[in-house]
Every structure is written in structure tokens, then in C-alpha cells.
Design a protein around this ligand. Structure first.
Ligand code: GLN
Length: 343
């Protein structure tokens, strides 16, 4: 730990998770509950290649900052990152292009619309709502393609995810490129608004390649762990992004990471999370753990149905809600409020 320059694991009791064996039992139980949700979801089919994925898979990797990694179920099955890659694009854009450039192109507000919506974008004379929906991420890509190559992004992804087997899934990439009329429309609309000022087809290819990177729940947990720890690896003290970038990304994940399901997810689960239609979920339990989930059956918003349930269960049982504090656990204060009213 001597190399850990100012980033010793945090030992504040509030950030301490259950010990590994107990946490593992809790997660096993939660898996059972979550598996029952799979029948209520379906794999994405608008990208034909994703329609071939077995919907019954479910896996999780929870990587605490002070403790052993817990890996369960299909935690090492490869799937395409899809919209989870919007987090990587945002990190790199904030670092390389800067905050002003990024938020000159996209807003910071939840959209309340589907992830691939273009209605508001067309009707209003505005920028895309935020960088974690398709229109916003395409706008961010418009900046990125001028600065970095896909290979640069792949290298960054491999390092930050500690997964040197991340590759472009050519089949999913080809499949999406053939069926991406909607994203193409969004991108040309962004060009018409001068938000994309470079070759639109280059931007589309870059964006779709980012979505087609093959990761595992474990690789996402590694990325989440760095976001949870101020952008720094807790093991070797190496920094992967600035504190400010980590903060902005986590805030946007909380407010916008689950598209039009973001508000309910924040209330029910309370962990900043980004989903992708490949079934991935990247979750950041701040100061505590990185979590990666894979469950390809999706709900109506395009979020992993069993994965969300799994996170909800473990958030409750392991007290991962962002606003939870062990000292603050009075659940019912109706009587107190009444007393205050009667005074
Ligand atoms: N590649 C997908 C798309 O652009 C990503 C969407 C998602 O994961 N929600 O439609």
C-alpha cells in the first residue's frame, strides 16, 4: 500500500460493506429473486444480432474498495457494452476536449424520453438533453472523433476495465450499422443544428464501434471501482481521470443513466448506474464498490430487468443507497411529524 499516494482504502465505518461471506450469501439470495424477473423482459431485437443472445443469463461482479471481489453467475460472459460506453466517451471527452466544449454541445438534464428519441431535439431549438442518451452521446462523439481514434478508446477501455480481452464485436457492429437508421437520423439532425461539425458517417461508425465493445460484468466492476474511488485505482494508486470528471460522470449516471427510468431507479436503488441494451449495468457505489451486472432480458425502457431487480435487492440488503447512513435509520417518523404539527 506504500504506492497508494493519498488514496488508502477508506475505512470510515459508513463505507464498510458486509464481510465477504455474508455479502456473498446476500447476493446469492438476491440472484434467486432477480432471476424470477427474467420472464417479464426480452432481449433487444432492433439490433438483430442482439436478438440471438440467451435471455436467461444473469451475472454480477461486486468489487469493494476494501475487500474481496464477489463474482456470481454469468459474471465473465462477454456482451456488448452498448450505452454503457457512453460513460467512457464522456470521461475521455471531458478529459481531452474539456468541460466547456462538452457542455457546449450537450445539456445536463434528464430527458424523460426514450434513449433514441429525436422528437424533442427536432421540436426544440436545443442541444441534446444529456450525454447519456443517443443524441447526446453522438454529439460527444462529434468532438471525440477529431481528437482520438477508436483504437485509442479501446486501449483506454482495456486499461480502466483491467480487461485486455476487450475487442470490437464485429458481428454486432455490422448488424447495428445495417439497422441504425434512427441514430443516423439523429446524427444528421445534429449536423443540421451545427452540433456535429465533422463527417457524420465517421461519427456514426465511431459511436457504433464504441457500443460494440465486448466486455464482462467483471470488467464493468473494475471501471466502477475507479469511479467510486475518485478516478483512482485503489490497488496501485494510479489515476485514470480527474476528480472533477469522476464527479460529473457519477452525477449524470444518477440523474440520466437509466433514461426515462432514471428517477424511479434513483429512488428504488439509489446507486448511480448506466445501462446498455446489451444487458449491461455499470454501477458505482460511491466510496464503497464498483458493480458490474449482465442480464440481457430488458424492460420497456431498455434496462436489464433482472439486473435492476438484483441491484435493488443488494442495495437494500447491503445498504448501498447513496443517501443511506447507518446512523440515520429511523424508517417511520409520522408520529414525530404529527407532534411537530400539534405544537
Ligand atoms: N447501440 C445502441 C443504440 O444506439 C445503444 C442503445 C442503448 O444501449 N440503450 O441504439
Amino acid at each position: 500500500m506504500t504506492k497508494n499516494k493519498g488514496h488508502e482504502p477508506i475505512i470510515d465505518r459508513r463505507y464498510q460493506l458486509e464481510e465477504t461471506q455474508r455479502a456473498t450469501e446476500i447476493i446469492h439470495k438476491a440472484m434467486g429473486v432477480a432471476q424470477n424477473e427474467i420472464v417479464n423482459g426480452a432481449v433487444a431485437t432492433y439490433i438483430p444480432e442482439l436478438g440471438k443472445v440467451n435471455p436467461n443469463q444473469l451475472g454480477l461482479c461486486l468489487y469493494p474498495l476494501n475487500g474481496d471481489k464477489i463474482c456470481i453467475g454469468d459474471y465473465n460472459v462477454r456482451f456488448t457494452m452498448q450505452s454503457v460506453s457512453k460513460v467512457l466517451m464522456l470521461i475521455v471527452a471531458l478529459e481531452i476536449c474539456g468541460l466547456d466544449a462538452v457542455f457546449g454541445k450537450v445539456g445536463m438534464e434528464p430527458s424523460g424520453e426514450a434513449f433514441d428519441s429525436l422528437v424533442e431535439l427536432d421540436v426544440n431549438d436545443t442541444k441534446p438533453y444529456n450525454p447519456l442518451i443517443n443524441s447526446g452521446a453522438l454529439a460527444v462523439c462529434g468532438l471525440l472523433v477529431k481528437e482520438v481514434s477508436f483504437l485509442d478508446m479501446l486501449r483506454y477501455a482495456r486499461n480502466v476495465c483491467v480487461d485486455f480481452d476487450i475487442e470490437l464485436n464485429e458481428d454486432v457492429y455490422d448488424s447495428e450499422m445495417k439497422t441504425c437508421a434512427r441514430n443516423r437520423s439523429i446524427a444528421y439532425l445534429l449536423q443540421s443544428k451545427n452540433i456535429i461539425t465533422t463527417d457524420v458517417e465517421d461519427v456514426l461508425r465511431f459511436y457504433t464501434k464504441m457500443c460494440s465493445m465486448n466486455v464482462t460484468a467483471e470488467s464493468l466492476a473494475n471501471l466502477g471501482k475507479k469511479l467510486a474511488n475518485d478516478g483512482v485505482c485503489n490497488i496501485d494508486g494510479k489515476r485514470y481521470m480527474s476528480s472533477r470528471t469522476a464527479r460529473i460522470v457519477k452525477t449524470l449516471m444518477l440523474t440520466c443513466g437509466m433514461y426515462d427510468g432514471s428517477g424511479a431507479f434513483a429512488i428504488k436503488v439509489g446507486i448511480p448506474t448506466k445501462s446498455g441494451v446489451g444487458g449491461g449495468l455499470l454501477s458505482v457505489s460511491d466510496k464503497r464498490a464498483g458493480i458490474g451486472v449482465f442480464g440481457p432480458a430488458l424492460d420497456a425502457q431498455g434496462n436489464s430487468i433482472a439486473g435492476c431487480r438484483l441491484l435493488r435487492e443488494i442495495s437494500n440488503e447491503l445498504h448501498l443507497n447513496l443517501f443511506y447512513d447507518p446512523e440515520w435509520n429511523k424508517e417511520d417518523a409520522g408520529d414525530i411529524v404529527m407532534q411537530e404539527m400539534e405544537k
